[in-house]
Write a protein that binds this ligand. Structure first.
Ligand code: TMP
Ligand code: ASP
Length: 254
């Protein structure tokens, strides 16, 4: 399966050399980590589900003219992507108070925010991804002011799309994290969405029951992590109900 050269090993995904220049293969693993890798488990089938959910979202974003690195899904765990130069930021968009925002500002979890808020974190595991401001980003040259404008408008467009997508299937988009990259095409460069969008990188709450359908189930030891991800996939119409193919393997042929 993976005779290609591995060029990057991440916590939940690896990157391999692609079939042609300018492409890479993104491989979704079953590994789940929290607390900078302090907690680590293998969740059977998570990678397959995230591959499919992220494919679904990125395909729709591409169709809407929101530029992404995604080309196509190759198989259960791999997708073909365009090679980009990753901007060393985690861009978080929040609609509802949760997670680190609740801790930092003493808000009550679940409170609707006065408006969507964008935050930036500098991608550096050794520093535990510290929050940074636009001033830090431009002063240290992680992104230029025009790039930052593009990143923020991209983040807002993704938020608008995802909010509606999930609302339509009874899920509240609380917050999410994206990563972006520079795509060089000839003489031009543009900022595109990279990485993945999945229950690993979003907070998703069932609108009626308030059940968590995301990685917080793992972070908070709530159990039923893969079941929750499968529920998200089913609601989006990616999986038909009672379809266990994604975790039993051989039956999945699409
Ligand atoms: P936070 O509340 O922990 O700052 O997380 C905000 C959002 O970003 C939440 O949807 C989870 C996501 N996230 C990641 O995808 N990776 C991370 O390493 C962290 C800290 C958060
Ligand atoms: N991404 C993890 C989290 O969201 C952190 C880690 O991987 O260490 O908690």
């Amino acid at each position: 399966m993976n005779r290609r050269r591995k060029i990057y090993e991440g916590k939940a995904k690896d990157l391999y050399e692609g079939p042609e220049p300018g492409t890479l293969v993104q491989y979704f693993k079953d590994d789940a980590t929290a607390g900078d890798g302090a907690k680590h488990e293998i969740l059977d089938g998570k990678g397959v589900l995230n591959n499919r959910i992220s494919e679904f979202v990125f395909t729709k974003l591409n169709m809407l003219g929101i530029p992404t690195h995604f080309i196509r899904r190759i198989n259960m765990r791999e997708q073909l992507i365009k090679e980009v130069e990753i901007v060393p930021l985690e861009v978080v968009v929040r609609n509802v108070a949760a997670g680190s925002l609740v801790k930092r500002l003493g808000l009550e979890a679940g409170t609707q925010l006065p408006r969507s808020i964008i935050e930036f974190y500098y991608k550096d595991d050794a520093l535990h991804d510290p929050m940074v401001s636009e001033e830090h980003i431009t002063a240290f040259g992680w992104a230029t002011p025009p790039e930052l404008d593009d990143i923020m408008s991209l983040a807002v467009r993704v938020n608008d799309f995802l909010t509606g997508l999930f609302m339509g299937v009874g899920i509240q988009l609380v917050d999410f994290k994206i990563e972006v990259g520079r795509l060089y095409e000839g003489d031009t460069m543009r900022i595109v969405l990279a990485d993945e969008i999945s229950p690993d990188s979003c907070r998703l709450w069932d609108i009626k029951t308030r059940n968590k359908l995301d990685k917080d189930r793992f972070r908070q030891d709530l159990g039923g992590v893969v079941e929750a991800y499968r529920e998200v996939a089913q609601r989006l119409g990616i999986l038909v109900e009672n379809d266990n193919a994604l975790t039993t393997g051989p039956r999945l042929v699409q």
